[in-house]
Design a protein around this ligand. Sequence first.
Ligand SMILES: [Zn+2]
Length: 560
Amino acid sequence: MTRLSFMTRLSFLPLLLAAVLSACQSGGSAVPAESLAALDTATIMRHIRVLAADSLMGRAPGTAGEDKTVAYLESEFKAIGLKPGNTDGTWIQKVPLVGITVKGAPALTFAKGSARKSLKWRDDYVAWTKHVAPTAALDKSELVFVGYGTEAPEFTWDDFKGLDATGKTLVMLVNDPPLADTSQFGGKRMTYYGRWTYKYEQGMRHKAAGVLLVHETGPAGYPFAVVQGKTSEQFDLVTPDKNMGRSSVEGWITAEQAKALFAMAGQDFDALKASAATREFKPVPLGVTASVRLENTLRTIDSRNVLAKLEGSDAALKDEYVIYTAHWDHFGIGEKVKGDSIYNGAEDNASGTAGLLAMARAFAAAKSPPRRSILFLSVTAEEQGLLGSQYYAVTPVYPLAKTLANINMDGLNTWGPTKDLTVIGLGASELDDFATAAAAEQGRVLRPDAEPEKGFYYRSDHFNFAKLGVPAFDPEAGVDYVGKPAGFGMQKRDEYTANDYHKPQDEIKPGWELSGAVQDLTLLFTMGYRVANAEKLPAWRSGNEFRAVREKQLQATSRP
Ligand SMILES: [Zn+2]
């Protein structure tokens, strides 16, 4: 199909300039047919077979499985004809990790005057430290209830009201304040202010000694059993300050223990919780102290992100990037389930990694590369808390202000073509316009996340880019399968969650059909290619919590 050129449209339709500009930004322009032809099911399956094989031992960071995985990625990127992605001429970005395990089962003690209350490890509370140090403690640290612990200037919301939290232990609720006015915060969608990681970061920003979150299953989105999983080894990045800027102790207490604590303080939990859902809320010192001493076992691991790049064709723009990501890691060899101990992670994320390699091959096949450069970034330690992508985002090889977008692949569709594509966080940025256009050209539509209240947008690698301002796109398989009965997609999804997710049973399944993956990759290629050729950078939508960060970042950088 022939399309009118940009200039022809401009000369004939000057009044529609704005509309045309926006159409040319996000859709309409041709993508190289030779690239799309290079996306095929056989290539993707070949990569999945290698990456999910038992010989790669579940691809755990810091193991021989990592060595084999990284070697495979390097050799494939090289064979595709890409350049090493790091500026030092290598394919590697080293990622220093530390595993911290709390020894024994320390008690957390609340005290008020002569009254004492001792919380039992794991049953009543869990805690950890990110300090790379043999011990971390709270020593009679004053407890202060800070509601949702949120400071959101765009919603004129401030739970701290000038509180000096230095050395104190902050007690916080999870999720966003539940407001009747759904135009505030995300409505049904959880914003980043609601996510537990944000709450601990607030503790750090306010120099608090500790942060204890009150676990309530509804607002958290998962039961306390999930939180109890944090009593095993926790991984983190080793920052130059060995994470000493973080609060000493981070943790969760059960709702039951929170109620008992508030009663001890002479306060009513439900009443204070209700007042926390108002702008007038002020921090409430509880008059109770917290003490706990964590003794840690430390283990350091040097892991690796693998990077490859395709240089842009425009000399003035080739130092700007679109980044495709997929995490290569999984859980390695672990606890036996149904007689199998190798966590192959075929879907999670051998498939996405295969998609990344296929995407690289498609871009390399283009007779004319896009104007800007494309970085293919295979990150480590996603399963330990999105650590490889976090490391890239805080230590970027190319400036984030010159990074237009991140497109993430975490699990490909393995069950055939769909009429839709699920987009986690649909509505977040102008990347949606590119995706909508590319989907429409396939006769498909975008579908929002079915459970926006659970904050899935904050749970994969793209989020580390979003948090630092870069518009980030997180697609998932559609649910409306061509030629399949209604409910087929959800059934496959539920089966995966119940039987395979994070288990050794996540293996290549007999019925896998990758034509749907090719369809999705075609869409993601089309998006990325057009973003890399666009006249302007894609932006966050107004009201999005990352928009201010991006605007500040772009202002700080003089662009040509
Ligand atoms: Zn994954």
